[in-house]
Write a protein that binds this ligand. Structure first.
Ligand code: F6R
Length: 239
């Protein structure tokens, strides 16, 4: 596992953007993407670099980690809305080539099976990850088996409270989500995990130094053949 420690959030985002631009040299790259606060700076830089003509998403395909059950692209809290606003609307990507689980699917189990088959059919050149304060990756909460495939999850109270900052009221945070499984995350050709801020320091320590154990889902990344962590100083403070 390669660990890059940067001074702050902006430097972390620059470093991540450089890594993504390297992957985008392959015109038909497949990108595994994440939502949340952490990748916003990266996505802003990718939009800027695309507008400057330095990179193109014309033949790129993307597959996201997760989506809330019950929210669709018109909901400002949905992950599909976030991805459109933060990245897809600002670059030259064909939206037909962008994929997220369908949070509005009537049959959630069938949607998980469809998404799993889709993920399986795409060879991701890179999978971007954020890190939960409890060590989750995607919405794979502590205790999730390492060989899990795309599935529906009940979010832990911890994650609901973390994510409530983005909703008017904590009661509005959906209680369920569809997430890519840890087994599928691990199939990506390379993994890039970003973490910023002191609230992530303990999870980063468990990820890097702890036992590989499903109490810290991210600890499985110790066994990935091509995994890079880009951390800012605060997130790396306990290493
Ligand atoms: C998002 C995701 C989550 C976040 C994690 C960190 O698609 O799957 O695992 O990456 O909860 O969230 P932030 O970046 O908001 O701290």
């Amino acid at each position: 596992m390669q660990i890059i420690i940067t001074e702050n959030y902006n430097e972390m985002s620059e470093k991540a953007a450089d890594i993504f631009c390297g992957v985008l040299k392959k015109p038909n790259a497949v990108l595994g993407l994440a939502t949340g606060s952490t990748p916003i700076g990266l996505y802003k830089l990718l939009v800027e670099r695309c507008r400057a003509g330095l990179i193109s998403f014309k033949d790129v395909r993307t597959v996201n980690l997760d989506e809330y059950v019950g929210l669709g692209k018109e909901d400002e809290q949905s992950y599909v809305w976030f991805m459109n606003k933060m990245l897809f609307d600002g670059v030259d990507i064909d939206k037909a080539n962008t994929h997220l689980p369908n949070g509005l699917a009537a049959d959630v189990a069938a949607e998980c099976a469809r998404y799993s088959a889709l993920v399986n059919s795409l060879h991701r050149d890179i999978q971007l990850l954020g890190l939960g304060g409890n060590g989750h990756i995607g919405f794979n909460e502590p205790g999730t088996p390492f060989d899990s495939l795309t599935h529906e999850v009940a979010l832990t109270m911890n994650t609901i409270m973390d994510n409530s900052r983005l909703f008017a009221r904590a009661e509005d945070v959906p209680r369920r989500a569809i997430t890519m499984g840890i087994g599928e995350i691990m199939q990506a050709g390379s993994v890039l995990l970003l973490a910023s801020g002191g609230a992530k320091a303990k999870a980063v320590k468990e990820l890097v130094k702890g036992p590989v154990c499903c109490d810290c889902p991210a600890s499985i990344l110790q066994t990935h053949p091509n995994c890079t962590l880009v951390l800012d100083r605060a997130a790396a403070a306990m290493l």
